[in-house]
Design a binder for this molecule. Sequence first.
Ligand SMILES: N[C@@H](CCC(=O)N[C@@H](CS)C(=O)NCC(=O)O)C(=O)O
Length: 332
Amino acid sequence: MTKPYRIFGAEMSPYSVKVRAYFRHKGIPHRWIVRNSATEAEYQQHAKIQIVPLVVTPDDVALQDSTPIVERVETEHPQPSIHPAEPTSAFVSALLEEFGDEWGNKWMFHYRWAREVDQLCSAGRLARAMMPNADEEQHAAMTAMVRERMVGRVWFVGSSAQNAPFIERSFQDALGRLDVHLADRPYLFGGRPAFADFGLWGQIYNAWTDPTPGALIEGRAHHVLAWVQRMFWPRAEGDFESWSSLEPTLMPLLQHQVGRLFMPWTLANAAAVTAGREDFSVVLDGHTWTQKPQKYHAKSLRALRDKYAAVADKGPLDPVLERAGCLAALRG
Ligand SMILES: N[C@@H](CCC(=O)N[C@@H](CS)C(=O)NCC(=O)O)C(=O)O
């Protein structure tokens, strides 16, 4: 019998649970291994960089970085596909996957560390996950350490006093639009989960576990809440829908969040990385956003542009991307 895949991850790591949900949906045999002191030696045997998730294949190949992990495993286990057959839907799904990973992470990370109630809850849970057998005193000390370390890192995703209300408006706007879209279907592209579901879900599920954004989801977005729970172990309930039936409620999310906010942000970020700048500012929907550039995002923008370039027939796709305000940025 072939060995199962091993996924080293953490419940509070959005990229880890994204990959786990993918393996669960595909029915690919795997073991979920929480990265903590007990599993650290095995993790270090395989990890090239110190991040989770780390996936080790049955023949002991180590994979890191959630998007390429899913893409690679998908080529080895192509059925049932997470990519809609219609090329427009397939590309929009890849675009939303990238948006979830990169912009959705700002929502999650900001809310996790902005307010005392979320800081205490998150630091306490992280400390417990790292040292499951700690006594109360050790746990309190570890909680304080984690809290100080993480609160000191929020600037990394652009969370700041200046950007905070803007990030929170973006989250709440997206929740409202997703709730309308998910009122009529179990997953973003219809009856089965697509690439986009996994990327967005990792972030929104993690936000749901924190007090402030969790209350927003539970209070205002019942269809999103049902999707958060469905995606925990996602099962196909039907087929992908046609783009024409998805567009009426998916386009507003693309326009308001992806075209207006994420695309100009990612372009400005990539330009700042290329120019080797210490920080950059960009006007997003009338708000001046300032942060230090994030190197990884320049790389993932290049990968997204490569995916756009590889779409063979752009005839139906380009007008959709134009309406969404995303086309120019993807052409590069
Ligand atoms: N682009 C990577 C991001 C992975 C990532 O940022 N992982 C975080 C946890 S969610 C991590 O391990 N960070 C290392 C650290 O905080 O020390 C992916 O998609 O897998």
